[in-house]
Design a protein around this ligand. Structure first.
Ligand SMILES: Nc1ncnc2c1ncn2[C@@H]1O[C@H](COP(=O)(O)OP(=O)(O)OP(=O)(O)O)[C@@H](O)[C@H]1O
Ligand SMILES: [Mg+2]
Length: 215
């Protein structure tokens, strides 16, 4: 990446079962301050029923991995992330958590989107269809991870906002495009890649040239 990034806003999108949660779990392994709006209970971290207890935990520990499953907690969770600073807020099933485009977003969430840079709060939002996510939540993206999707409204948004004519409808499961303002790359999830290598060894199909080797 050619510029210093102060924080990220990542959207992970694609049809059900394509690999969004797997990508997110793998990505978060390297992050040390993580707060998750975990509606489906699919992520790691201490699950809090009481946000007061979560705040106590965040004040006590410099590194943390915490989560809540209650959607009603979301506005408060945004305030907690903003006050904590230098952390990731993960939103699973974003279309269930955020109101649709015609309604108003919680003020604490808008603070994160528009002012979170100053507090170094990064956002990771996961959804099946980006076009169903409130436009304010999409507008400030720094990275888009798209798995297979076929709805024109979703593909159009990705192409229009990024300026790259990628076609997510061509992606097989576990494959994704990683889009930043300057580059788009096609990638395979690491956990799926292991499986692919095993199959290639048994059938002795030629290995594709590995780009990682150039140094
Ligand atoms: N190592 C692997 N290689 C290939 N596929 C895998 C592997 N591990 C799990 N899967 C498949 O990945 C799918 C689940 O991926 P994931 O949970 O990331 O989906 P998702 O995009 O988050 O979907 P949803 O929108 O329904 O939450 C399952 O179909 C599972 O069979
Ligand atoms: Mg998922």
């Amino acid at each position: 990446m050619s510029y210093e990034q102060e924080r990220e806003i990542i959207h992970v999108t694609g049809k059900t079962g394509m690999g969004k949660t797997r990508w997110s779990r793998a990505f978060l392994k390297s992050q040390s301050r993580v707060i998750v709006m975990d509606t489906m209970l699919e992520h790691d971290g201490i699950l809090f029923e009481d946000l007061g207890d979560m705040i106590d935990h965040l004040m006590r520990y410099p590194t943390f991995r915490v989560r809540t499953e209650f959607i009603d907690d979301f506005p408060m969770l945004c305030s907690i992330a903003f006050a904590t600073g230098r952390c990731w807020l993960i939103v699973e099933e974003t279309q269930r958590v955020l109101p649709a485009s015609r309604k108003e977003l919680p003020a604490s969430f808008l603070d994160l989107i528009y002012r979170g840079r100053h507090k170094r709060v990064s956002l990771l939002m996961i959804s099946q269809r980006p076009s169903t996510i409130h436009i304010a939540a999409r507008s400030q993206w720094t990275r888009i991870i798209t798995f297979n999707q076929t709805e024109p409204a979703d593909i159009d948004w990705i192409q229009d906002t990024s300026g790259f004519k990628v076609d997510p409808a061509t992606l097989a499961p576990s494959w994704y495009f990683e889009i930043t303002p300057t580059v788009v790359e096609k990638k395979l999830l690491d956990d799926a890649r292991k499986g692919h290598e095993t199959i290639a060894a048994r059938s002795e199909t030629p290995q594709p040239e590995r780009e990682e080797k150039e140094e």
